[in-house]
Design a protein around this ligand. Structure first.
Ligand code: SF4
Ligand code: SF4
Length: 357
């Protein structure tokens, strides 16, 4: 009986899509048996695609409302579904594995034996899916980069969706949690620590409410949020999010752990599938040839040509990490012409991705 519940969960996770959808392989069942009890697996497989209160989910699954509410609460706290309060109602919603369940497992930054076991199971599922699918070609970018605001040339035209300050100013609440990619890496192998700050993953609005409520992140005020972004930029991390104008998170990514950057770097021309719409301009008269920008570049897009660095546009993410590190202030980020604006929201992104096959 319980195997059937996990099989139904696999079928639902396949439909739900995302970076690692459900795949009927042994690693899926090993992982989900650790994450979900059989009752939770059955309920997760029956969750409606839109947010719904426990009463509606109980009616649709033919169960008692009290039992369903209790299970949903436990699942939300374990990061197996999402939940929020809207217009006085508590709503629950199923989420894909990535983005969703995987990330929620590591945002608290805890290091118990179970955390290590979950990291091992998730890692082996991701590896098995990658091996089964073979190399993936990105036809339409699912993610984008937001340039470090301070590095943008003052006379550039900057859309609001390209300003991190827009999101800090307009959203509430804002949460900060542990970088799940770096934390997963450390749970798998302590020696994989790259030394970049962990406490820099940001969520906005309803997503922030969820992680705050479930102890996966802490609430920060706008000043603290700006401080987190500054710390991330100084450490050479790339601001990345969904490839949409309306966003609900900003990851601060390193190239050694973060899925967004690693996925782009697996492509022959990473800068064509992950970009910000900006590019660095280097002033050769100010440049001292110190090579700091070359060392900091997460895309390995920059190399010295004589005494001055040259940037490969096919690799460059337009992140501004080179500019924040330049001791001579010789680099500014300028608008790159002809870059398509991001889809408005997740629905438009999905349509754009499907249209590109
Ligand atoms: S050269 Fe490297 S560091 Fe500079 S914007 Fe491009 S990807 Fe970022
Ligand atoms: S960091 Fe600045 S000064 Fe140093 S090589 Fe790069 S552009 Fe030149």
């Amino acid at each position: 009986m319980s195997d059937e519940r996990y099989r139904q969960l696999c079928a639902l996770m396949a439909q739900r899509g995302g970076r690692y959808p459900g795949m009927d392989i042994p690693e899926f069942y090993e992982m989900t048996r650790e994450l979900f009890t059989p009752e939770e697996a059955a309920l997760a497989a029956a969750l409606p695609p839109k947010p719904a209160p426990a009463g509606v989910i109980a009616r649709e699954t033919g169960k008692k409302e009290g039992e369903v509410a209790e299970l949903l609460e436990a699942m939300a706290s374990k990061g197996l579904c999402s939940s929020f309060q809207k217009d006085g109602s508590r709503l629950y919603m199923g989420v894909p594995f990535v983005p969703g369940i995987f990330e929620f497992q590591f945002m608290r930054g805890t290091r118990t034996d179970r955390d290590r076991e979950i990291a091992r199971l998730i890692h082996s599922y991701k590896q098995a899916v990658d091996a089964a699918r073979g190399p993936q070609t990105i036809t339409f970018p699912a993610n984008r980069v937001i340039p470090v605001g301070e590095t943008i040339r003052p006379d550039s035209k900057v859309h609001t969706y390209n300003q991190v300050s827009t999101y800090i100013d307009n959203y509430a609440p804002i949460a900060v949690s542990t970088c799940f990619c770096r934390h997963e890496g450390k749970l798998l192998d302590e020696k994989s620590d790259c030394g970049k700050p962990d406490d820099v993953c940001m969520q906005f609005g309803l997503g922030a409410s969820f992680v705050i409520e479930r102890g996966m992140g802490r609430k920060v005020n706008k000043e603290e949020a700006r401080g987190v972004l500054k710390k991330a930029a100084e450490a050479g991390l790339v601001h990345a999010s969904m490839n949409t104008q309306e966003i609900d998170f900003i990851c601060n990514c390193c190239s050694c752990h973060c899925m967004i950057l690693k996925t782009a770097l697996s492509q022959p021309k990473p800068g064509r599938v992950l970009y910000s719409g900006f590019q660095p301009r280097i002033d050769p008269d100010l440049c001292t040839g110190c090579e700091v920008c070359v060392d900091r570049c997460p895309a390995k897009a920059s190399a010295m040509e004589g005494n001055v660095p040259e940037v490969d546009g096919d690799r460059c993410f337009g992140c501004g990490v080179c500019a924040t590190g330049c001791p001579a202030e010789a680099i500014v980020m300028e608008e790159k012409l002809g870059v398509q604006e991001p889809p408005l929201n997740r629905k438009a992104l999905r349509a754009a991705m499907e249209a590109k096959g």
